[in-house]
Design a binder for this molecule. Structure first.
Ligand code: RFL
Length: 393
């Protein structure tokens, strides 16, 4: 087959890009390795930035979000030095998050794209991308029946994540990768239990970080910092809840509502940024462009922001012959990416005892961390800065 723009991956980046291109009348196709059911059920992010919600609204892609999204704007910190709450709608630029599970957003975007006549090939794995330095790149795929096929494109958008075919297609030396392993890991849990707090809960404790995030009236996300190398099933349900009680200080601040753990994953905190985000006719978008640790909930929001920047640049080029947007794509996105990486890094250091290479934490680093939390608790200027960066992309 052929298309002006071949999009690899049907995550938030690829689906947003597809919908925006289709609305501009640009011929595109989305190629996705997984099945439709799989991508529509993959629970991940949940906090959408005001910029993301506004963008979806501007393009008429926000019906689900308006119906089922919940405004959210309060964080509760439980620390060694007591508890405090920040309502960030009253701080910084005065904006809230919208809580809307990523798989629901993906489900909406798949439906809207197909409904508008868009083409998605599910169960189609991209094996290889070639010829990106020339005018007619080629994408090789293996479809559900194991047959291989080729797609010809003018441009290829790699929206297929950090292990995707897009990154693999980059010749050595063409793009630099800036990488940081933060040495921190989270056991991410989805519990079939109503939220226990009317806020996002961030608990710092000598035994490690614990987090609480509402997903829906029936489901709550919890996080527990765990040692590197922990396997998903190492902790029994009982141990999970006991540890959450301890670190969230349930005895002092009220019990947690327990329920069945319906999903678990271990996330090692790693970040990377590729520079530049373009090689010839290949553009990197979303997690393929930059992996960001989940501490500040930026990944999906960055993916959507970059998709918008790329969609406008592609439209300028393909409809009006103006290539400037494409030339500036990398530079523009990297500015947002590094800002988000900086804040995310700040959050990691706010919330964790970050172990050094020998596994121990430095008392000096600990002193800095507590001072940082106290500044956030007491300084309005710090709180405004936090609010602006926490919801921004
Ligand atoms: P995705 O969503 O990973 O989609 C990539 C798609 O590409 C497909 N694919 C291929 N298809 C064809 N051929 C190949 N060779 C392919 N290789 C891969 C995959 O099947 C997939 O469908 O990337 P995208 O679109 O860039 O979106 C990025 C976001 O999904 C990610 O950044 C966020 O989920 C990160 N994240 C969060 N972000 C937020 O903004 N707010 C949050 O609250 C938030 N919480 C989280 C998160 C990520 C987490 N995990 C799982 C690391 C919480 C967690 C636990």
């Amino acid at each position: 087959g052929s298309a002006e723009v071949v999009i690899l991956g049907a995550g938030p980046a690829g689906l947003m890009l597809g919908n925006l291109l289709l609305r501009s009348g640009i011929d595109c196709v989305v190629l996705e390795r997984a099945s439709r059911e799989h991508v529509q059920q993959r629970a991940r992010a949940g906090f959408l930035a005001p910029h993301t919600a506004a963008l979806l609204a501007r393009h008429g892609l926000d019906e689900g979000l308006r119906k089922r999204g919940q405004e959210h704007s309060v964080c509760e910190f439980r620390t060694e030095d007591g508890r405090f709450r920040l309502d960030y709608r009253l701080l910084g630029k005065g904006e809230p998050h919208t809580v809307y599970p990523q798989h629901e957003l993906v489900t909406d975007l798949v439906g809207l794209f197909l409904g508008a006549g868009g083409r998605i090939h599910f169960d189609t794995e991209v094996l290889d991308v070639t010829g990106v330095e020339g005018p007619r790149p080629s994408v090789t795929v293996r479809d559900a029946d194991g047959r291989s096929a080729h797609w010809r494109a003018r441009y290829v958008a790699a929206c297929d994540g950090r292990h995707g075919a897009g990154r693999r297609a980059l010749p050595p030396g063409a793009v630099r990768r800036r990488h940081r392993d933060h040495g921190v890991s989270w056991l991410g849990l989805l519990a079939e239990a109503p939220p226990s707090l009317d806020a996002v809960g961030y608990a710092t404790h000598p035994r490690g970080f614990a987090g609480h995030m509402a997903r829906s009236p029936e489901v709550t996300r919890y996080y527990l910092q765990c040692t590197r190398g922990t396997e998903v099933d190492d902790w029994s349900e009982e141990r999970v809840w006991d540890e959450l009680d301890l670190r969230m200080r349930a005895e002092e601040f009220g019990p947690l509502r327990r329920g069945r753990i319906i999903q678990r994953a271990v996330v090692d905190f790693e970040s990377d940024v590729l520079e530049p985000l373009r090689h010839g006719a290949l553009f990197l978008v979303g997690d393929a462009a930059s992996l960001i640790s989940p501490s500040a909930a930026k990944g999906a929001n960055l993916a959507v922001l970059e998709a918008d920047i790329l969609a406008r640049a592609l439209a300028d080029d393909l409809l009006h012959g103006d290539a400037e947007g494409l030339d500036r794509y990398s530079e523009r996105c990297l500015e947002h990416i590094w800002r988000a990486q900086e804040f995310s890094h700040w959050m990691i250091q706010l919330l964790h005892r970050v172990p050094g290479p020998d596994g121990s934490t430095s008392p000096f680093q600990e002193g800095l961390r507590r001072a940082r939390l106290k500044a956030l608790r007491s300084s309005r200027t710090q709180q405004d800065w936090f609010a602006e960066n926490y919801v921004g992309v």
